[in-house]
Every structure is written in structure tokens, then in C-alpha cells.
Design a protein around this ligand. Sequence first.
Ligand code: PMP
Length: 429
Amino acid sequence: YQKSAELLERAKKVLASGVSSEFRKYNHPHALFYTHGRGSRIYDVDGNEYLDFTLSQGPLILGHSHPEVLKAVAEYSQEGQLFAGQHIKEIELAEKLNQLIPSAELMRFCLDGSEAVQTAFRVARAKTGKQKFLRFEGHYHGWMDNVCWGISTPSVEALGSREQPNVFPWTQGLPEGVENEFIILPWNDIELVRKTVAERGHEIAAIITEPVMCNNGCIEPKPGFLQGLRDLCSENDIALIFDEVITGFRLSLGGAQAYFGITPDLSIFAKAIASGYAISAIAGKYEWMQLIEQAKVIHAGTMNAGNPTVAAALATISVLEKEQPHERMFRLGKMLMAGLQQAAAKTGQAMLVEGMGPMFATSFTPIEKTNDYRDTLAADKAKLGKFVAAMHEEGVRVIGRGLWYISAVHTDEDIETAIITAEKVLAQI
Ligand code: PMP
């Protein structure tokens, strides 16, 4: 790791904190800088090869450097950079999403998930005439001031010491008497949401949720939970927003909403939509999205929907449609989950493996699996850090907070390699 270490020193002189962020954030022994990625593998500057389950934090659903995506980007780059509202590719992409995603009657594109969430909030306020939002503990909806606390950057300092009553670590609850833009509830408790909506529904413009909780463990909605939210929103003039930044294209081509059969009013897509090229979508039902018209609700951005980026999205979706990899991704993911569970049992490690297959999470907790996200929040983060770092030393990359992503190009052999490696690592740590 000599070259990576040297690069970190060089980077520190010009990049704030030198980045190599996963390793800095999770206190790993080695910084890591990559040169390139191919298929399910990535390569660092010291010539080490890794089997990759991070997929660059999720977007690379077709693995690294998929030839059809690269070809589309190269081809449309030759046409020059044409931006939003000016070229045919954008219309083609919107037509495609309209066809695939149940709630996507109208949509707009921007650059990342965080931005799209903010537009969704504006649309919800405009349509309902209400100001507050209901969201859930431990869910992540981007790094804008109003939503980024409540997960891994809970401090007021992290927001430049912003002096606002809505900036506080969610674990502490709201200070007495302070009103907040957000009402934050535990995830998966429909009775509590019902009670809250009965009392405060007249103030709530939207309920936003990750349909599967993926930013603290990987936890499925309890049976009836999403339907319960759907009913409460319909009955109380509240927008139901699905943040499908992780679940979109990953659980199915129609996202979690097609997978679970629950249609939100508004939804957010990013990550896997374009194999890592910077594009996201805010999509929704006509009566909500039509408010983005003649700047009644502003949605802007100079760099939105450039044609090579949109071409990357179209190519990604076209490969997914041709290859239909979802069944395989579920099978491989579940095989890996089962293998990791067995490896943990064999080595006597209290490792919790939870999730859906195409994405899942590992954490270290003495608590029996109850599918309660609070178990995951209480897990041993230092032990997880050791596990991820040791996996890295052995050539398998997992996201620092224990999330694993399966791509369309992972193979049965890749899964076996990961299981064998995990067993070796679990025996050591
Ligand atoms: N929502 C969810 C569920 C996410 O996981 C993320 C990113 N991890 C975001 C929103 C923010 O998306 P972006 O990083 O593209 O701004």
C-alpha cells in the first residue's frame, strides 16, 4: 500500500482532508486509491486486485466499465454537450422510465439524489399547502442541511455550526418546546405513524421513506407498512415519497414500488440509473409533477441531463432489459448471505446478515435477529471496521458501514471467493 500512502500525503496538500474517504471515515489502517475497474474487479495504484462489492457506493449495477455504457457515452460526447430540455435523448429516457416505473407519469432530471429530494419536498409543499415532513430514524436522504443530520453526520459542527432548531442529533430527540420542519419517527411502526398523522396530518406535506432501509443495516418494510403509509397519505392529502436512490433499478426495473406493488406519489432515482454517470430523477404522478411548470415550483441546474449522461442511463437500462439480471442478483446475493451466516456460525462470531440479496448488510451484534433496525444501530462499529479492513487486506471490498451490493456481472465463483475469504477473516478478528 506504499503508493496509496504516498498519494494520500500528496492529496492532503490540495484536497481537504486528502479524501480516500471510506478509509478515513472508518479508521482503516490503509488509504486506498484506485487506478481502474473492470467487471467485478477494481485495481489500486499498488497493483492489488479486489473483488468489489461496493460498486462505487452502489451505482455500478453492470459492474465496472461496462462496454455498452462506455460506447454510448463516447458516441454522444461527439455530439457536443447538450443540456436539459434540448435534446431527444432526454425525452427517450423519460419515456423509458414512464414505461418501467409505476408512479413515473412525469419526471425531471438533475445530478444526484440529494438534489432530487429537495425538489420532491417543494412539489409536496406546493400541492398540499403544508410545510412539515415526516421521516424515519436512520434513513438517509442526502447531504443537504435539512436532511443530512440523523445518520452518520449528526453534529451541528458538521453543518458549519448552523444555528437552526432543526439541527440536532436524532438520537437525542427534539429539545423541549422546539418546533421542527421534520417529524422523525422510528421506522416500521405503522401504528405510531397513524397516531402521528391523526394528530399532525393537517401540517404534514409529505412522508418520505426509503422503501427498504439501506443506510443503517438493510431492513425490509414489515408486511403492511408501505401499504399503511400509502393509505394514510391518500386519506390525509399527504405526498408519499419513496426515496429509491438505492432500491431503484436494483430490486427490479420498476424499483421497490414495482417489487412491493405500492405506488408512491413522488419518487427519487439516482445511483444505478446510469452506471455512475451524474444523473438523477424526480418522478411522480401527473397531478403532483405538473406543478413544475413555468417555475411555479422551481427545478433547475445548468448541468442537468447532458446528453452523454442521459445516453449512459439509456444504455444501462437497455442492458438491464436485455439481460434481465435481477433473478440472478437475488440468487447470488442470497447465496452470499447464507454463506456469510454459516461462516459466522462456524467461527463463533455474532455477525448479523440482513437484507434482500441484491443489497444486504453485515453488522456485529449480540442481539438475536429481530428485524428491528435498532439492533443494527446498536451494533459494534469497531468490530465491523476490523472486518471490512481485514476483508480488504484479503482482496474483497465491502462498504465501510457493512453494506454489500451485487452487480449483474458477479459470478457464482465470485460469491464462493467472498465466502471463503469471510470465513478466514472471521476466524482472525
Ligand atoms: N437517498 C438515499 C436512500 C441514499 O442512499 C443516498 C446516497 N447514499 C441519497 C439519497 C443521496 O444521493 P446522492 O449521494 O446521489 O446525492
